[in-house]
Design a binder for this molecule. Structure first.
Ligand SMILES: [Zn+2]
Length: 385
């Protein structure tokens, strides 16, 4: 019989693959597939269009519906330019912490999930356990939706999903959703002394960005509903984090590009927010075209992540609360794949070891205590299956 690796050995192995989102994760997927296969577990792959990345998912237990999914992502953020005290791709234990890129976000949880799946294989479980390890989470959660479709076509439908993003093992039942766009503004160049005959892409972009400021102020002034009050801030926000453009101080800018995104409280209609953003952009564009027909605005969607709505009597929430004993209400401001599972009809909750504050940092770590708490969680889960 093949060796059963400990959660720490599994995490060490997963972190040795530098699966930064821009690079292939196939060496990691190959390894996971072989490892599961050595324990008689048949895994399935779902490739991206370029076929340089894949999600991997698997089912253990009776071939029936109603199982539990452990969901993680295989990609990590880059380490470029970050000062690390030790090699990011080698797990090192110091001062009660395991250091390494992805220890916290989220190969620690991936390792615990793989451990649990293999353990489940050797037990007589009556409720199935599944894992789903995605790609491209860190670049806008774009890998999970097609993976979820494939899982629904391939495996018996599970009913509860635990997304193991770092939450200090608390049951997180809600998060904001969001959409992001890249906005390319095309101006018409003239000397700035006669700017009225031209179209400055920068000045037009500024109208849209300032509109975002005004909307933020309006939203902040509203009285939030019960759902919104759970969040900080308790309203939907618009933001631009990146802008580029212009040629010279005395030329109306031919080009300005910027990102524009919103984070919506669950319960707010993201479709309506999207239309609101696009309508404002169209309005500005119409003004530009009135000056010169070649001027215009192109909008490219960058990402769209649905919010996670706290569920009424949610099955995933109840399961996690029973295991952790955590009965408090927690919502977070970061997006996860939980909203995407929920959108496809699963009951979903976020619960994983580690603190989000350590995610994406140089010297990223998970405390030994949190990692062990994750291990206890998995042991407890297995007892219940
Ligand atoms: Zn993550």
């Amino acid at each position: 019989m093949a060796d059963r690796l400990s959660p720490l050995d599994l995490m060490t192995k997963l972190i040795s693959f530098p699966t930064v989102s821009r690079d292939s994760n196939l060496p990691l997927v190959d390894w996971v597939e072989d490892y599961l296969d050595s324990h008689g577990i048949a895994a399935h792959r779902f490739y991206n269009e370029e076929r340089d990345k894949a999600a991997i998912f698997a089912h253990v237990g009776p071939g029936i519906e109603g199982g539990v999914v452990l969901s993680g992502h295989t990609d990590v953020v880059p380490v470029d330019g970050q000062p690390w005290a030790s090699d990011p791709w080698t797990v090192v234990e110091r001062d009660g912490k395991y250091f390494g890129r992805g220890t916290c976000d989220m190969k620690g949880f991936d390792a615990l999930s793989l451990w649990a799946l293999v353990e489940a294989k050797y037990r007589d479980i009556s409720r199935p356990l599944q894992i789903a390890l995605s790609f491209d989470e860190e670049v806008g959660c774009t890998g999970a939706p097609p993976m979820i479709e494939r899982i629904l076509q391939t495996l018996p439908r599970a009913s509860a999903v635990i997304v193991g993003e770092p939450s200090m093992m608390q049951a997180v039942t809600g998060h904001k959703g969001g959409q992001g766009f890249w906005v390319d503004v095309r101006g018409f160049e003239v000397h700035s002394s006669i700017a009225y005959r031209g179209v400055s892409a920068i000045m037009e972009a500024a109208k849209i960005i300032n509109w975002a400021n005004e909307v933020n102020a309006e939203e902040a002034a509203k009285t939030p509903d019960a759902m919104a009050t759970l969040f900080d801030p308790p309203y939907t926000t618009l933001h631009t984090g990146l802008i580029e453009g212009g040629t010279a101080a005395n030329i109306t800018a031919k080009h300005c590009g910027f990102d524009l995104g919103f984070r919506a409280v669950p319960g707010d209609d993201t479709g309506a927010w999207r239309r609101r953003v696009l309508d404002r952009i169209a309005e500005v564009e119409a003004g530009m075209k009135a000056v010169h027909p070649d001027a215009g605005i192109d909008v490219t969607p960058r990402f769209g992540v649905p919010g996670l709505k706290p569920e009424q009597q949610g099955e995933a929430e109840a399961l996690v609360r029973a295991i952790t004993g955590d009965n408090a209400t927690h919502v977070v401001s970061y997006g996860t794949e939980a909203g995407q599972f929920q959108e496809r009809g699963y009951s979903a909750v976020v619960c994983g070891p580690g603190d989000i504050a350590q995610a994406h940092q140089p010297d990223e770590f998970i405390t030994v205590e949190q990692f062990n708490a994750g291990h206890d969680f998995m042991r407890n889960l297995l007892e219940r299956l």
